[in-house]
Design a protein around this ligand. Structure first.
Ligand code: F6R
Length: 610
């Protein structure tokens, strides 16, 4: 997730671009840059760091560029470390083209090899740079036709903005998947990943459609589809103020991030399941032989990441038959666990900076274990320490309570488990295919589920004054119960306990009485009937039951006071959708209590202390 901005008009482009980037920094902030057409050449200024660092670089660049056409970018690294050479805009060999890009070009390696064979020299590690060289390679064709060709060639979700020195009054942009908007002004046109970047200049905005190519000039905007047919923009007048525009019109970042989950999942899956439903994880830097030599796995993490790790234990054990231990990082690092060079230790962390998880993987590495980090932040401390890094590609998460990064951690662990099963021969191809198909269906399923978000929140608000809540689940629903309880504790300040449903009778059931709410995660699984029996036990003691059930489960519905329905999925895939009603549940109660969901008391997004 990166931020793109563009301007064509008569005013100096530089300050418009830089101010736009400052508004897009929430989309990524590891490097920033601008390219401005200045006479017959393109001036590029870019740097690792934040937009503030870019402003210093521009100031240091005495001859800052004065042109009125340019593009800018703030980066959230996916391919290549967050260093200046990988910052956007990227140029071709002759510096006549500049490109900004958001998203992932899945077949960039192949395109890059072809371009190198044709004599192009690359200066970055990014997938983006192929676009600049492709423009150069296609010669003097109109830029709009070239961009259409590139969109045909490039696989994956992407948004691009391109300028060329020989077209001094033109930006051409295109998108597939990744967002892009255009703004209409008088004698000027604007381009951006998101509305806040241009809202101070114009309120007349249109969303660019998928596989549309846009030509922006001072005189206006023209849009075509990939076949060159004209497309009429749907222009809207935006009424939001700037602050709510930064949250995409949502009340809070947490809600925005809940709604971003389909896109976050799509990006995390990109390139990892092929059309034959085989799993690919080239980042796991292990030969099949080395992967087969692993005889034990540990997962270490904290908080929400620990709950994703717990799900990973179920998936890896079931699919690979490798034994998996799961540990809270602050326990693992001091308990002298038994590790050796045949142990894989997976450190899971959204931030990649959590002190305990970082120390745990450093400890494991010192014992000779093979360390895999999974994180959402490219080049974070854990990414630098680990032997291999698997990235979730959720984009920056700003709400303190993790939501979109959690579902991405779940699918990434499902992918890792299937990949290990595939190379170890632990699962047959047909089973991998069934699971991979179900994983691929998740972004759409989550999208559909979110269409019912208002209903789920309405149901949840009935429980605003609840004081005691148990979240129960069995098997792979147990980590989801733990996560539901954590969400409610941290943002709604309700005492909530996540518990294995079958364990209640060994003590906690003494707490069940009228007025206690039990949230049962009872999606279809081989333990479904047992979970329902445990729910009966709660009901018999006068608890109120809010249940997460698989669509069509009339038996479960019969027991419940309230039901949140989720779509059918294989048992080990179902947690991804099952957690979403619980995120909405906590969110709705927190809002109903008038609390600050994005910044709950006593909490920090990244915990770099023990
Ligand atoms: C809860 C939450 C925290 C984090 C925990 C670990 O919503 O966000 O529990 O999961 O602090 O953080 P990371 O994943 O950055 O290591």
């Amino acid at each position: 997730m990166c931020g793109i901005v563009g301007y064509v008009g008569t005013k100096p482009a530089q300050s418009i671009l830089v101010n736009g980037l400052a508004r897009l920094e929430y989309r990524g902030y590891d490097s920033a840059g601008i390219a401005i057409i200045d006479g017959s050449k393109i001036g590029v200024t870019k740097t690792a760091g934040r937009v503030a660092d870019l402003i210093s670089s521009i100031a240091a660049d005495q001859g800052s560029y004065t042109g009125s056409v340019g593009i800018g970018h703030t980066r959230w690294a996916t391919h290549g470390a967050p260093v200046t050479k990988n910052a956007h805009p990227h140029s071709d060999c002759s510096q006549n083209v500049a490109v900004v890009h958001n998203g992932i070009i899945e077949n960039y390696m192949q395109l890059r090899d072809e371009l190198i064979a044709a004599g192009h020299t690359f200066t970055s590690d990014t997938d983006t740079e192929v676009v600049a060289h492709l423009v150069e390679q296609m010669g003097d064709e109109p830029l709009e036709i070239i961009v259409r060709n590139i969109m045909e060639k490039a696989e994956g979700a992407l948004a691009i903005g391109v300028v060329r020195a020989s077209d001094p009054d033109l930006i051409v942009a295109a998108r597939r998947g990744s967002p892009l908007v255009i703004g209409f002004g008088d004698g000027e046109s604007f381009l951006a990943s998101d509305i806040p970047a241009i809202l101070e200049h114009t309120r007349r905005i249109a969303i660019v459609g998928d596989d549309n190519v846009v030509s922006l000039t001072p005189g206006g905007v023209s849009i075509t589809d990939l076949a060159g047919n004209p497309v009429e923009p749907v222009v809207r007048d935006i009424e939001w103020d700037l602050e709510s525009a930064e949250r995409g019109g949502y009340d809070d970042f947490m809600l925005k991030e809940i709604y971003e989950q389909p896109k976050a999942l799509t990006d995390t899956l990109a390139g990892r399941i092929d059309d034959h439903y085989r799993i690919h994880l080239p980042e796991l830097d292990l030969t099949p032989r080395e992967a087969r030599a692993i005889d034990k796995v540990f997962v270490v993490a904290c908080g929400t990441s620990y709950h994703a790790g717990l799900m990973a234990k179920y998936a890896i054990e079931r699919w690979t038959r490798l034994p998996v231990e799961i540990d809270i990082a602050s326990e693992f690092r001091y308990r002298d666990p038994v590790l050796d060079d045949r142990t894989m230790v997976i450190g899971m962390s959204q931030s990649g900076e959590t002190a305990d998880t970082l120390a745990a993987i450093e400890y494991a590495q010192a014992q000779g274990a093979y360390v895999v980090a999974t994180t959402n932040v490219v080049d974070s401390s854990m990414a630098r320490v680990a032997d291999s890094v698997l990235y979730t590609r959720a984009g920056p998460e700003i709400g303190v309570a993790s939501t979109k990064t959690f579902v991405c951690q779940l699918v990434l662990m499902q992918i890792l488990a299937l990949y290990l099963a595939q190379i170890r021969g632990a699962l047959d191809g047909a089973t991998v295919e069934v699971m991979a198909k179900s994983i691929r269906a998740l972004p759409d399923q989550v999208e559909k589920l979110l269409e019912r978000a208002d209903d789920i929140m309405e149901q949840a608000r009935k429980y605003t004054d609840v004081k005691d809540v148990f979240f129960l689940g069995r098997g792979v629903s147990f980590p989801i119960a733990l996560e539901g309880a954590l969400k409610l504790k941290e943002i709604a300040y309700v005492r909530a306990e996540g518990y294995p449903a079958g364990e209640m009778k060994h003590g906690p059931i003494a707490l069940i009485e009228k007025g206690v709410l039990v949230v049962g995660v009872a999606t279809k699984s081989h333990l479904h009937a047992k979970t329902l029996s445990n729910m009966e036990e709660m009901k018999a003691r006068a608890a109120t039951l809010f249940m997460v059930l698989t669509e069509g489960d009339t038996e479960g519905q019969r027991l419940a006071d309230d039901v949140a329905w989720v779509p059918p999925a294989p048992e080990l895939i179902a947690p991804v959708t099952a957690v979403i009603p619980l995120q909405l549940f906590a969110y709705a109660i927190s809002k109903a209590k008038g609390l600050d969901v994005d910044k709950p008391r006593n909490l920090a997004k990244t915990v770099t202390v023990e």
